[in-house]
Ligand binder design. Structure first.
Ligand code: EZ4
Ligand code: CO
Length: 413
C-alpha cells in the first residue's frame, strides 16, 4: 500500500502534544508522538514542511527503509527535533503495520517476554512529611517502585517537586511559564545550590528506609545538576539505602565523566532522557558506566531508533528504563509499553499518569494494576485520537524552567 495523507495535529488538553497521523490508500490510520516539551512547534514544522512531502506515495510497509531515508538520507542527523519527528513517523508506521496484521504491536515485535511492565511513579514533597504522604499513597495503589524528590531547605521551587512549596498547588509538569516585561511567556528561573542539596538528601533516604522498610524500590533523579565528583559523593553516601538507581547525576553528554562516578560508587546509575541516538551512549554502554538507559521512544527515533539502543545495551547487560513523563503523549507511552513487553533487557518503566483531560482526547487501551502496566490487546499501538476534541484545545506557548546559582550563573538542570 501507499501513504496518502500525513497530518500533524497539535493540541493542548491540559498540556501541549504534537501527533502525526498517517493514512494509507486503503484507509488504515497510524499515530505517532512528536512532542518535545517547550519546543513543540519546531518538530511540527519539521514534520509538516520537510517530512510529509517525502512520505506521500511511499510504501508504508518499508519501516526500516523509511527510517534510514529520513535519518541517513537527509544529511543532517541526530538532535531532539529531528529524532522526535522521525520517531513520530516510525511509531505511526508500526501502528499501521500491527493494525494490518490485526495484532497488538508487542505481538508483532516478538511477543510477550513478561506478564506485565513494572512501573515506577513520581513521589515528591516540599519536605519529608509531604513526601511520605505521597509515597504512602502510591504504595496503597500497589506500586512497588517510586522516584523520590524533595525540596531543599533554603532553596525555592525546584523542578521535579510538587507542590513546589508547602500549601501551594503548582505542579512541575506541565511546567508553567513566567511572563517577561513584554507580557510574553518565558521560562521560570529556579535557584540551585549543590552543597545544600548534598548535605540534605541522605537524611531523606534514611527516613524512607526507616518508614518503608527495605523492599520498596527507591529511585532518585539528580537532574543533571551535579559535577562528577559531587555525583560520586552522592552515590557513595546513598549506598546504605540501596537505590534502584541514581538518575542523571551529571549532564549526560559528557560521557567520560561517568568513569569518575563509576569508580567511586556501587549505586546503580541511569541516564539518557535527553539523548536521541545510540551514538550518545557509545562510551557509557561499551564501558559499562551505566546500568539503565533512559531515552524515550518519542525522542530517540521511535521503535526503530530505540531498538538499536536497547540491542546495543543488551550485549553489555545494560537494561531499559524508558522515559515516560507526561510530556510524552499517550501514543509515545503506548509505544514504550509494547517494547517493554518484548525486549529481554527490560528494567523498569517510568509512569507519570496523564490527566483525565489528556485521556479524553487520547483514548488508550493500556491498563495499570498492582504496580504493573500492560499495553492491552487492541491491534496496533491501541491509542485513538478524538480529533474534534483535540481541535477544541489549541496550542498554548509553554517553556520548561531554567536554573541559576545564587550569584546568577546559569546552572545545569
Ligand atoms: O524532566 O520530561 O525522569 N524524568 C524527568 C522528566 C523530565 C521532563 C522534561 O520534559 O526528569 O520530568
Ligand atoms: Co529524569
Amino acid at each position: 500500500m501507499t501513504i496518502t495523507r500525513v497530518d500533524v495535529i497539535i493540541t493542548c488538553p491540559g498540556r501541549n502534544f504534537v501527533t502525526v497521523k498517517i493514512t494509507t490508500k486503503d484507509g488504515l490510520v497510524g499515530y505517532g508522538d512528536a512532542t518535545l516539551n517547550g519546543r513543540e512547534l519546531a518538530v511540527a514544522s519539521y514534520l509538516r514542511d520537510h517530512l510529509a512531502p517525502l512520505l506521500r506515495e511511499r510504501d508504508e510497509s518499508r519501516i526500516e527503509d523509511i527510517w534510514q531515508y529520513l535519518y541517513r538520507g537527509s544529511y543532517w542527523r541526530r538532535g531532539p527535533v529531528t529524532m522526535a519527528a522521525i520517531a513520530a513517523v516510525d511509531m505511526a508506521l508500526w501502528d499501521i503495520k500491527a493494525k494490518r496484521a490485526q495484532m497488538p504491536l508487542y505481538e508483532l515485535l516478538g511477543g510477550a517476554s513478561r506478564k506485565g511492565v513494572r512501573a515506577y511513579v513520581h513521589a515528591s514533597g516540599w519536605d519529608y512529611e509531604a513526601l511520605k504522604v505521597a509515597v504512602e499513597g502510591y504504595r496503597t495503589q500497589g506500586f512497588t517502585a517510586v522516584r523520590v524528590q524533595t525540596g531543599v531547605p533554603g532553596l525555592g521551587q525546584i523542578y521535579g517537586i510538587a507542590p513546589a512549596k508547602a500549601g501551594e498547588k503548582y505542579n512541575y509538569e506541565p511546567a508553567k511559564p513566567a511572563v517577561n516585561s513584554l507580557g510574553e511567556p518565558c521560562p521560570v528561573e529556579e535557584e540551585w545550590d549543590s552543597r545544600a542539596y548534598l548535605n540534605f538528601v541522605p537524611e531523606i533516604f534514611d527516613n524512607l528506609r526507616r518508614d518503608f522498610g527495605s523492599s520498596l524500590a527507591l529511585l532518585h533523579d539528580a537532574h543533571h545538576r551535579l559535577t562528577p565528583i559531587e555525583a560520586a559523593r552522592l552515590g557513595k553516601e546513598l549506598e546504605p539505602y540501596d537505590l534502584f538507581w541514581l538518575e542523571d547525576a551529571t549532564p549526560g553528554e559528557d560521557q567520560e565523566a561517568f568513569r569518575l562516578i563509576r569508580s567511586h560508587t556501587t549505586t546503580p546509575l541511569a541516564t539518557g532522557e535527553v539523548f536521541n541516538t545510540v551514538f550518545d551512549y557509545r562510551t557509557l554502554i561499551s564501558e559499562r558506566l551505566i546500568d539503565y538507559v533512559r531515552s524515550s521512544v518519542t525522542h530517540a527515533g521511535g521503535i526503530t531508533g530505540i531498538k538499536k539502543i536497547l540491542s546495543f545495551a543488551e550485549i553489555y547487560g545494560v537494561k531499559s528504563g524508558i522515559h515516560g513523563p507526561t510530556d510524552v503523549s499517550p501514543v509515545g507511552m503506548a509505544a514504550a509499553l509494547h517494547l517493554d513487553m518484548t525486549i529481554h533487557n527490560f528494567g523498569i518503566q517510568e509512569f507519570m499518569p496523564h490527566s483525565e483531560e489528556t485521556l479524553s482526547v487520547f483514548r488508550t487501551s493500556y491498563t495499570v494494576a498492582d504496580g504493573y502496566l500492560h499495553p492491552g490487546d487492541t491491534p496496533g499501538l491501541g491509542v485513538d485520537l478524538d480529533e474534534e476534541l483535540a481541535a477544541a484545545s489549541p496550542y498554548t506557548p509553554a517553556y520548561l524552567p531554567t536554573n541559576r546559582l545564587e550569584d546568577g550563573t546559569v546552572h545545569d538542570w
